[in-house]
Ligand binder design. Sequence first.
Ligand code: FE
Ligand code: CA
Length: 516
Amino acid sequence: MIRTRRDLLRSGAGGLAALALPGVSGWAADAKLRDDPFTLGVASGFPTLRSIALWTRLAPQPDAPGGGLGNAVIPVTWIVAEDERFRRIVATGTEYATPDWAHSIHAEPWSLEPAREYWYRFEAAGHRSPKGRFRTAPAPASQTASLSAAVVCCQHYEHGHYAAYRHIAGNTPDVVLHLGDYIYESNPAASPVRALGLAEAYTLDDYRRRYAAYKRDASLQAAHAAAAWLLVWDDHEVDNDYAGEYTEDGQDPEYFLARRAAAYRAYYEHMPLPRRAVPYGPMMRMHAQHAYGDLAAFSLLDQRQFRSREACATPWRGGGRVLTDCAEIDAPERTMLGATQEGWLAAQFGASAQRWNFIAQGTVMADVDQKPGPGRGVWTDGWTGYPAARRRLMESIGTTRLANPVVLSGDLHAFGVAELRADPRDPATPLVAPEFVTTSISSTSLAQPLLDSWVKESPELAMLDGRERGYVRLDITPARLDVAHVAVRDIRDPRSPVAVTRRYGVEAGSPRVHRA
Ligand code: FE
Ligand code: CA
């Protein structure tokens, strides 16, 4: 049945009446909410020359199912201005917050100027949202002198506070790049620093509640308001170590795809994503490329949705394991990105006119040997478990003569630095790209002696440090990439200070990493 907006508004009004929200009368279009619906903050993401994705979600009671809005349909006005006080408004429009998308708003102004700073906010039901800031991207051919980025991942709410995000918000980088594990679907085994009190997420409502709980963090909201974000996901937005339609505990793929559809939908509902990413059931287009003038391009890769199942899985045991004897790992058809995304990526590489080309994705690409002494211990969930896929990626970088490739990854909950070779087992093959692994914002890590033992066994790895929580800061200029490890002093303190613990540099024209 085709429903008109009038019908939608009418049913929305019915929902409101049924809930008897205080202060609400008549159609939702005229609704005045007693409580502030902007409890989850605002966000912007995926800037282009002329556009940006602006996000908010109305949730006057963020812990309640539906955010406390029932079936109401509520118009939301978005406003973009050239100045922080909203005196020079350059774009405005209305979107409808509907229950089927958890009253989330995704607005895309289309008439902005390149390389400009803007402010935005929303208005709905008699309330005004906090304001946010972003910069549009410079035009591809325009000379761009510098770009700053904060690279983040792995923010288990219950493992610690988001002091790192307070500092990112204070430093207003040009872009925040999130490499996955925005939420964790389950709870920690050890006693939490701050408990959520939610059961493991399986249903759409479960995931929505989890995002609402994470999104109430003031530091996370501040980091979203301070800059445009680029995001990719990893596994915990859905389920630990999932691979395509397969889970670590061998759930029926048909059942798991229903869970994945719920998780992807909730992810879309809570992220500043453009409409190209609207999920269709368990499918969602995440891979994208974003360029900043002639200086930098970010290839944002989805290495979960299309990957082969982890090698040597059994019907009841998938997911990541350390294996010493599994011939399937080397099977040439195994894929991390899927054939479509691999082909797309090669085309992006071939067309790139940027000085620096960042390959941003969730899991560690360096060849890590986890078995001390003779023999190899291979972690089957990372790129080590997909060597043919890594080889094809390295070949693609080589054949397209991609300028200054840099791999950015997360997942390990440790700072890491590596120099990747065409063939990691053959030191005679050329160095291809440096890799910088960002540590977790808050998630706990493995024991340092274990990480030290891996570094000893793995020629590509220069260092791993799992003792520090924080983020990687990138300062990109035409001649040089500067990389800083920014570490939080006390993860139990939401106002903890941070300190730069290490600095590295990469000179344009060479894949070598220099300790600064
Ligand atoms: Fe993680
Ligand atoms: Ca070994």
